[in-house]
Design a binder for this molecule. Sequence first.
Ligand code: ZN
Length: 76
Amino acid sequence: MTSTEAEQLGLKVWGIDEINDVHVAVWPTNDLVRHDFATNECVCGPQVVPRPRPEGGMGWMYKHHSLDGRENRERD
Ligand SMILES: [Zn+2]
């Protein structure tokens, strides 16, 4: 399935990447802008969510927001 087909089916298309030991980024794939995963100063204003690490301790998930509004998709 291509991402376009997934979009047509109304599926959310997200990428996940472990930046380092304490930072996981979740971002919308094929978005209108390029997301800056390495910081929390991305243009989309990522939501930073505390996230327990499997090894113990806490890490952070940076949840990026799509500029095409796929979280809140509404039909005309
Ligand atoms: Zn972003």
